[in-house]
Design a protein around this ligand. Structure first.
Ligand SMILES: Cc1ncc(COP(=O)(O)O)c(C=O)c1O
Length: 220
């Protein structure tokens, strides 16, 4: 209960999907997720006591041991207990990997009918305040406030603007729109998380000849 990570949000994590296909189970861009985990940790001066290869192997092992063919994987790395000063000096860096079945993030129905979103009065954290490219536990207080507000107003999800009023992202997802035959998405100056799905969507669109523009925009 006295883990530093619990008291100050000093942890970093990933959300990774493993999909079942007729050729077996495949983890979606495992290397990139593990690489982002290490980059997030570095931004908070946290040294993960394993190599990227070891974490990748442990993730695959966790899925295998739990007998899962399709699942969500949550590696989390956080400062454990040593003392509770804000500086985590001497706190051990704890690593945990969990895997379980988890369907569509916003529910199965959302895949068929879409979702209703509202702009949030909470702005996305600013890069001068927190390193927004890190997927860090404490950052999700910002996401939570936006999501709570949206649910209270009767919507499924929030859209957050950056501190200058440009569209940034959702509490747990990047945003795209299709406009005039082009795929538009905010660039990194809006303090968005560099999403791996976002990167994949951009690559796939380019592969099939759809123009993609990454830029700040007031509207979506
Ligand atoms: C704030 C935020 N933005 C974007 C994303 C999408 O990231 P990815 O596509 O790497 O899962 C997430 C995913 O958890 C997120 O929490």
């Amino acid at each position: 209960m006295l883990s530093h990570g619990l008291h100050y949000g000093t942890g970093v994590f990933e959300g990774i999907r493993c999909y079942s296909t007729d050729k077996g189970s495949f983890i979606f861009r495992l290397r990139e997720h593990v690489d982002r985990l290490f980059r997030s940790a570095k931004l908070y001066g946290m040294r993960i006591p394993y190599s990227q290869d070891e974490i990748c192997t442990a993730i695959k092992e966790t899925i295998r041991i739990n007998g899962l063919d399709e699942c969500y994987i949550r590696p989390i790395v956080f400062y454990g207990f040593h003392h509770l000063g804000v500086m985590p000096t001497g706190c051990p860096v704890e690593c945990v990997i969990a895997a379980w079945k988890w369907g569509a993030y916003l529910g199965e129905e959302s895949l068929r009918s879409g979702i209703r979103c509202t702009f949030s009065s909470w702005h996305r954290i600013h890069p001068n305040t927190l390193p927004t490219t890190a997927k860090a536990c404490g950052h999700y207080l910002n996401s939570l406030l936006a999501a709570l507000e949206a649910r209270k107003k009767g919507y499924d999800e929030a859209i957050m603007l950056d501190c200058e009023g440009f569209v940034a992202e959702g509490p747990g997802e990047n945003i795209f729109i299709v406009k005039d035959g082009k795929l538009l998405t905010p660039d990194f100056s809006s303090g968005i998380l560099p999403g791996i799905t976002r990167d994949t969507v951009i690559q796939l669109a380019k592969d099939i000849g759809i123009a993609v523009e990454e830029k700040r925009a007031h509207e979506i």
